[in-house]
Design a protein around this ligand. Structure first.
Ligand SMILES: NC(=O)c1ccc[n+]([C@@H]2O[C@H](COP(=O)([O-])OP(=O)(O)OC[C@H]3O[C@@H](n4cnc5c(N)ncnc54)[C@H](O)[C@@H]3O)[C@@H](O)[C@H]2O)c1
Length: 363
């Protein structure tokens, strides 16, 4: 199979982590007889410096012409003084809009070896495996009217959803739950907000198409507590844009480090894959940053854009194995370094490659 991927490594640590993830994908492709057809284009600060814009037109064209877009991260403090419309992050927002993905998938998974890194007690988080699906194109962040009337000292945003916007993201949640533990939790605020009442009614309608999946509803305030007290009880969690933004950041503490969180945005013209972390400019060029979030993002790319499930599973299993063997990047070794071997970014990438290769060759 040919895998035509546009790579936009971006700024800061983006190029370092993307390099390691691509090397893992290269091993998977070689063993499986696939061809990685990679095109590299600029986005973010590096594009501002070289092209005068955070999202050059040829990056958008190449993205739309690819089967998947693999992004590192954008942003650097040196652009902080620019107006929001000219900053690196604007490039990413525009790319997301051009690709049109409306379902942001964020798996939150507690690797047993890393539970010690979380501020939550290991016996609470051990075994947690949640797939968050955040609606990404609607709700409060995009709703109109919006504005700040300075004369009146009044500002407002609009939380708005249509039935179609809710049903398409709910359908993805149920479809993915069918491949997992068949349980969907829909999060809303239906006791107060009409938009949440529409959300809930629509999710209940869509659930009828999936009789094998159990549906439960939670209010967002209660959910924020349940996630910290009993995260193991949740399988697929689907929610609107802002609630998802908040709950996924809250739940990142379960994984022990931002360097462990992959993400994918699907449902549009071309899927977009990126680690959940940013460009961490302080760490750029030091070869110490954790590449595992990006490597796990590569696994999502194989799963959701190419249906290479076994290969994706092998990458996740290899990451688990490397952790079991006591290998860590700096961020994962801070809490309890005893008995651990701290690896650089490139060494960690090489370890995962080695294990993935041996797993796939044996299979
Ligand atoms: N999707 C994106 O491209 C994206 C997302 C968030 C932030 N940003 C941008 O990144 C820049 C830095 O933002 P920030 O410092 O708030 O967030 P950040 O995620 O870049 O880093 C915050 C801290 O988390 C830790 N961290 C992050 N990734 C890690 C990894 N892979 N391994 C180990 N530790 C890791 C580091 O301690 C880092 O200082 C800003 O310009 C911001 O706008 C971009």
């Amino acid at each position: 199979m040919k895998l035509k991927i546009l790579v936009t490594a971006g700024d800061g640590v983006g190029p370092e982590v993307v390099k390691e993830a691509l090397a893992v994908l290269e091993v998977v492709a070689q063993v499986g007889g696939h061809t990685l057809e990679l095109d590299h284009k600029r986005i973010g600060g590096v594009a501002i410096e070289q092209d005068g814009t955070p999202l050059p037109a040829d990056t958008v064209a190449a993205a739309l012409d690819s089967q998947a877009v693999f992004l590192g991260a954008v942003g650097d403090n040196k652009f902080d003084s620019l107006p929001a419309s000219k900053r690196p992050e604007k490039g990413l927002l525009e790319l997301r809009a051009a690709l049109g993905g409306f379902a942001n998938l964020r798996p939150v998974f507690a690797f047993k070896e890393l539970t010690v890194n979380s501020p939550l007690r290991p016996e609470i988080i051990d075994g947690s495996d949640i797939l968050f699906i955040r609606e990404l194109l609607g709700g409060l962040y995009f709703g109109k009217p919006r504005g700040w009337d300075k004369a009146k000292n009044e500002a407002f945003n609009t939380m708005i959803y249509t039935r179609d916007e809710v049903s398409r993201v709910a359908r993805i949640a149920f479809q993915l739950a069918q491949k997992r533990r068949k349980h969907v939790t829909s999060v809303d605020k239906a006791n107060v907000l009409e938009v949440s009442q529409l959300w809930r009614a629509t999710v209940i309608e869509v659930a009828k198409e999936f009789p094998d999946v159990t549906l439960e509803h939670q209010f967002v305030d209660a959910m924020s507590m349940h996630l910290m007290k009993r995260p193991r009880d949740f399988d697929v969690v689907v929610t609107e844009n802002m609630f998802g933004d908040i709950l996924t950041d809250e739940s990142s503490v379960i994984t022990g480090s931002l360097g462990m969180l992959p993400s994918a945005t699907i449902g549009g013209k071309v899927n977009l894959y990126e680690p959940a972390h940013g460009s961490a400019p302080r760490y750029a060029g030091k070869n110490t940053i954790n590449p595992l979030a990006t490597i796990l993002t590569g696994a999502m790319l194989l799963r959701y854009s190419f249906r290479l499930e076994a290969e994706a599973d092998a990458i996740v299993a290899a990451v688990r194995k490397v952790l079991e063997q006591g290998f860590r990047t700096e961020d994962l070794a801070r809490t309890n370094p005893e008995g651990l071997t701290v690896l650089s970014t490139s060494e960690m990438g090489a370890k995962v490659r080695e294990v993935v290769k041996s797993m796939l060759v044996k299979a």
